[in-house]
Design a protein. Sequence first.
Length: 311
Amino acid sequence: MKTGKASAVVLLFTAMLLSDCSKEVQPKMDVQKKRDFANALYNRQLYHQSIEEYNDILQNYDLQPSEAANLNYVIGDIYFDRVRDYENALAYYLRIKHLYPESPLMDEVNKKMVECLERLQRSTDAQQALDESTLIEPSEVKKNRPGEVVAKIGKKSVTTGDLEFEISQLPPYVRSQLNDKSKKIDFLKQYIATELLYDSAKRKGLEKDKEVLEASFQAKKNFMVQKLLQEEISQNVDVQESQVKLYYDANKEGYAKKDDKGKVLEMRPFEEVKTKVMQDYIRKKQQDAYEQLIQRLMQAESVEIFDDKLQ
């Protein structure tokens, strides 16, 4: 009898263990708190971190299809509007298109897919996506974008997150002037005006205008050159105080106090002109790195200049 009772206890305990193991582990944090945290990260312009939190909600919480589609749309928009990573944005819009085809967001998703493909210069794919979609006006859909809505342009909402992002893209001296409500309102109005004019230009088909296409190409070309120079030159400029001091010692007279005729009146000590010396040293190092880069590229491409042919 005792043996039978022991076996029964073991079986019961085993069943309890198996039952516990079969239960799904539920996330400890309430989904709304989790989403509020992700929104807070977004509003602090921590875009990659907010994407991680939104993805964690998608992977670990039981969501309705409409909620899941909405979160995918939010992530796609962050990649598109904020990170400007159009490949990842396209992937999230495609996820909605294929996994949640009944979502009322589909009209906007189709448009965003076309914009992604255009930004990626995949015009053939963009045209195909355009042909596949009806591209009717977006349905009235409540999208839980981070931040409070501060304006509406038709059916497009502008949130505090949108406004703060646009302000963050301004030069520091301009940002410092937008420190009160009235100036932020003026900036918001200017932003809205730009969006209205841009939408009007698109309706007129000006994105296909020859001058616009050429200007876009030149702007992209110049930006790519500047980006390359920034990467290449910054890698070759290593500023150490000992080197700056040596540069000062070799060019002391250039930092001396002089009269109107250029005669040296007094030599300035290093500590007094250290900031100016460092700026000059960095500028020279950057110029040297630039010349070395151009020389290396010219040699690699076997460049020849026929100066005798020039008048």
